[in-house]
Design a protein. Structure first.
Length: 209
């Protein structure tokens, strides 16, 4: 299993010194991987199966040849069941986490967040660009007094508040908030066009007087 530190080690040299927000997100995304939560349960299940097989084989060794045949049949059935369980586990979609706060404890200025978004986009990481661009948009509106500074506010809450302020941009704001949640908390990819759209929305809202 890939460790959280291996994720950081795999980054290109230009990104080996991430911002606190970036480092937090890398660790959070890695630790949300289902393997960290499912492996122990699967190991316990396999250990339980192994114990039952040991008991069955021990009993069969003291029984007649017919008993041995029964033990072999049980063993084969168990193997089939394990195969079915593993196959189902592979087909199960990765768990999604409930959307959380837009901003982290490491508060940056709108200008700094905007710079990170543009750098991420230039580096070919539109997903991170979406996250940083929406955060830049949020902080910029807080800085200008158009959005309440509510710690822990979700993207949906930000969109609801901004939608009442910028009625003609409500659809775009809602779309950007939903995209932010899908990328950051749903681990979904984003396109360059989507990232550019959030950056453009930040520009448009900043230009409204």
């Amino acid at each position: 299993m890939t460790s959280p530190w291996a994720v950081l080690a795999a980054l290109p040299p230009s990104r080996l010194d991430p911002s606190p927000d970036r480092a937090d997100e890398l660790l959070r995304r890695e630790l949300l991987r289902p393997e960290y939560h499912e492996q122990n349960l699967m190991e316990r299940f396999l250990n339980w199966i192994s114990d039952r097989l040991d008991d069955a084989l021990a009993t069969a060794s003291q029984a007649s040849p017919l008993g041995w045949a029964g033990a072999v049949v049980v063993f084969l059935v168990v193997l089939v069941l394990i195969g079915l369980l593993l196959s189902k586990a592979r087909r199960t979609p990765r768990a999604r986490t409930a959307p959380g706060a837009v901003l982290t404890e490491h508060r940056a200025t709108a200008a700094e967040l905007r710079r990170r978004a543009e750098e991420a986009l230039s580096a070919g990481d539109p997903g991170q660009a979406v996250v940083e661009a929406f955060r830049a948009l949020t902080v910029r509106q807080i800085e200008r007094g158009r959005l309440p500074d509510l710690p822990g506010a979700t993207a949906h809450e930000v969109a609801t508040s901004l939608g009442s302020t910028y009625l003609d941009q409500r659809g775009r704001v809602d779309g950007a908030a939903a995209l932010f949640d899908r990328v950051l908390y749903g681990d979904r990819p984003a396109t360059t066009g989507q990232a550019e759209g959030v950056l453009a929305l930040d520009d448009d809202l900043a230009g409204v007087r």
